[in-house]
Design a protein around this ligand. Structure first.
Ligand code: BG6
Length: 469
């Protein structure tokens, strides 16, 4: 079976990494605005360094990012020129509810996204919308402690009700939380949580996870009630863990790591907490704060499809001395694979392996919503970017994806590359880690004209889409 005729080819971005205009249109401050570029970024992301406001001496790349807010028409026109069938983007929560807990939404924010969606439809592009991509209004962090607090579920319900009502007919594909499993590693991005000294982190993280899982089930329920045409998906930072060797302890270590990630999708897709998680909670003396109503809600409102990002496979070992690279989740180095300039290992077959694991486990349609190569692009003597390395990476992954569909029989809805236009890196805050088919003239410190121009890969991807792979 070849790729579906209506296969959703496209690209994916996130509000905080491209929009900028952090204080325009009535938008409120969010966690993602105050994450700096530079050596302290990771400490802030992981919730270990408290930075809940702008501080002197730091550069905050999300403030302006690539200014999609003012360039969206030009950018969507270029996506249309490449033949995109879908454009995955996210809503900035604090544009819709600037503080997060208001009763009424901010009309200017709602209008902005409505115009973006209408612009997409002008080119026959179906929006695929991530409701939360690492963002949380700052007020919800300061006043409520982020997703630790069950009140966030109420505010999220209000947000999704507003979105599904306002954009009925304009948007049909929704993702409830970007890379929900990242919550365990980058707590400020995943859950708006900055740890208190001596806090029981296990308890805090799994309490926040429970609130997000309940919120996600509400989104599925409300989304289907408002428009039965809506398709709601979960989103996993995927990439299966391989055992470092066939030593049973390594195989077991890989299985344990995979459980940590599947845990979220097990709940979102199967509708109940898996036994291995309940046992782990027992060992940590953690009592899951779940009501009977929530249990029923989770059971009855599972997702329609499983979306995921894939950049690399991972390796687990029983030897704690072994360490590796990655933006949020570190794995052991795989001696059989080459790596990107940022140390991310390149494994196209791993994509097929991951797809098979997810499909075997959930038996629901899959959607690859992020894949790509972050690389330094240097213009040649004519000022052009000959990004053959990016083409090579994507070609190999698209090939593996097609094999998973054609030879393994996996039902796949679509494929969106990460960052079809250069944007700010989530992991490092850099602009120089570029993923795009479209170059944006801006550097790591906010200098540059913001002018857009096409790289060599632009015409290549256009051909991939026109020929359906
Ligand atoms: C995923 C995120 O983790 O990977 C994106 O959903 C992120 O927000 C992407 O940008 C690539 O990671 P990085 O660190 O290279 O930007």
């Amino acid at each position: 079976m070849p790729l579906r005729k209506d296969f959703l080819w496209g690209g994916a971005t996130a509000a905080n990494q491209c929009e900028g205009a952090y204080n325009e249109g009535g938008r409120g401050l969010a966690n993602v605005d105050v994450i700096p570029h530079g050596s302290e970024r990771w400490a802030v992301v992981s919730g270990n360094r408290r930075m809940l406001d702008f501080e002197e001496g730091y550069y905050y790349p999300a403030k302006q990012a690539i200014d999609f807010y003012h360039h969206y028409k030009e950018d969507i026109r270029l996506f249309g020129e490449m033949g995109f069938k879908t454009y995955r983007m996210s809503i900035a929560w604090s544009r819709i509810y600037p503080q997060g807990d208001e009763e009424q939404p901010n009309e200017e924010g709602l209008r902005f996204y409505e115009e973006v969606f209408r612009e997409c439809h002008r080119y026959g592009i179906e929006p695929l919308v991530t409701i939360t991509h690492f963002d949380c209004p700052m007020h919800l962090i300061k006043a409520y402690g982020g997703w630790r607090n069950p009140k966030l579920v109420t505010f999220y319900k209000r947000l999704v009700t507003t979105l599904f009502t306002r954009y009925k007919g304009l948007v049909h594909y929704w993702l409830t939380f970007n890379e929900i499993n990242v919550l365990l590693h980058g707590s400020i991005m995943g859950a708006g949580i900055c740890f208190e000294p001596d806090e029981d982190r296990f308890k805090t993280l799994y309490t926040a996870a429970h609130h997000e899982l309940v919120a996600s089930a509400w989104a599925v329920k409300i989304g289907h009630e408002i428009d039965p045409e809506n398709k709601l998906g979960c989103m996993l930072a995927a990439g299966s863990y391989y055992p470092y060797s066939c030593k049973p302890e390594d195989v077991f270590a890989a299985q344990q790591e995979n459980h940590k990630n599947y845990f979220f999708i097990d709940v979102q897709s199967r509708g109940a907490y898996p036994a291995y998680a309940l046992k782990e909670f027992e060992r940590h003396h953690f009592e899951l704060p779940m009501s009977e109503e929530e249990k029923k809600l989770l059971k009855e409102n599972t997702v329609d499809f499983i979306s995921f990002s894939y950049y690399s496979s991972r390796v687990a070992s029983s030897d704690p001395q072994l360490q590796g690279e990655g933006n949020m989740m570190k794995g052991v180095k795989n001696p059989y694979l080459e790596a990107s300039q940022w140390g991310w290992q390149i494994d196209p077959l791993g994509l097929r392996i991951t797809m098979n694991e997810l499909y075997d486990r959930y038996q629901k349609p899959l959607f690859i919503v992020e894949n790509g190569l972050g690389a330094v692009d240097v213009p040649d003597e004519n000022g052009e970017i000959q990004d053959d390395y990016r083409i090579e990476y994507l070609r190999a992954h698209i090939q593996a994806m097609k094999e998973a569909v054609e030879q393994d029989g996996i039902d796949l809805l679509g494929y969106t590359t990460w960052g079809p236009i250069d944007l700010v890196s989530a992991g490092t805050g850099e602009m120089s880690k570029r993923y795009g088919f479209i170059y944006v003239d801006r550097d790591d410190f906010g200098q540059g004209t913001l002018q857009r121009f096409k790289k060599k890969s632009f015409a290549w991807y256009k051909k991939v889409i026109a020929s359906n792979g």
